[in-house]
Every structure is written in C-alpha cells, then in structure tokens.
Design a protein around this ligand. Structure first.
Ligand code: THU
Length: 159
C-alpha cells in the first residue's frame, strides 16, 4: 500500500487588473456573454467566453428548460458552438463567470463535472492544454490545464 498525494497549481488574482491584457479582455467577454443567459428557473446567470487559437472569441450562456435536464451550462454552450462553427480550430482559454439573481458571485462559480469532462475531450482532441479562468468579484482563478480541475481524467478506453 502506498499513500499518495496530489496537488494542483493555480493562480489567484485579487482583481482583474492584475491579469495580463489578453485575459482581461476574455473576462470582459465572459461578463458580456452573461447577457445571453436564459435562466428563469435558477436565476443563476452564467457567461462563458472561449478564446480560440486564431483569436476568435466565442460566447456562451446557460440555457434552461422547464424539463430541467434539457438545459445546458454556459461552458458547454460555448464549447459546442465553437466546435460546430469553427471545426478544427483549437481552444486556448475558457473564461467563466456566474451571478446569483444578477449579483456577481464573490468567489468564482466552478464548472460542473460534465463541463469539465467536455473540456477534457477538446483538450485531448486539440493536443494542447486548455486554460481556464474562473471569475468572481473578489477573486479570480486561472488554471493552466483541465487536468487541474479534473484529476484522473477519463480520456481513453485503453488503460
Ligand atoms: N451552470 C452553468 O452554466 N455553468 C456552471 O459552471 C454551473 C451551473 C448553470 C446551469 C443552470 O442553468 C444554472 O447554472 C444553475 O445550476
């Protein structure tokens, strides 16, 4: 038997002004993306902005449905739209922001497990790390790859 330990690295920012300009622009796009939310049931407004390797920024927002499981998170809305409309263009960075009843969360809203799994799929497909920025009003986090949000990724049928 062996006790093992896993640690992850990420950056915490106290404000968006501490980030590099490219990331600041993506944060602004994620905030803008929140306008596309359709969230009458949860009143939780999520915006996502996905920077592609060619500089394109794709926005997504959560879409809800009276049959709850039929809705979709902001992150997957953005990733699926990007993959469908810009096939073959790699994902570079995904920025996400959440607000509760219109008030920005102080700590970043963190992506659900299904969104993390979808991020992992595209990271593997494009053979390059997908960076993730999580935005809160009091702190922001940046992860350099999906593995740091989803340890022990399921990404192969051969283990
Ligand atoms: N939601 C997202 O869009 N992204 C997340 O990372 C977490 C949750 C949405 C789903 C649902 O519309 C609402 O937030 C409440 O769960």
């Amino acid at each position: 038997m062996t006790d093992r330990h896993l640690s992850i690295d990420y950056i915490e920012y106290g404000s968006v002004s501490e980030m590099e300009p490219k990331d600041q622009a993506l944060v602004a796009a994620a905030l803008e993306a929140q306008k596309g939310t359709y969230s009458p049931y949860s009143q939780f407004q999520v915006g996502a902005a996905l920077l592609l390797e060619d500089g394109t920024v794709v926005k997504g927002a959560n879409q809800e449905n009276i049959a709850y499981p039929s809705g979709l998170c902001a992150e997957r809305t953005a990733m699926f739209w990007a993959s469908a409309n810009h096939p073959g263009v790699a994902f570079d960075t995904l920025a996400v922001v959440g607000a509760d009843h219109g008030v920005l969360c102080e700590s970043p809203a963190t992506p659900c497990g299904s969104c993390r799994q979808v991020m992992a799929e595209y990271q593997k497909k494009f053979k390059r790390p997908l960076k993730i920025i999580l935005i809160g009003s009091k702190r922001l986090y940046k992860f350099s790859k999906v593995d740091d949000l989803l340890p022990f990724i399921f990404d192969s049928l051969k283990v």
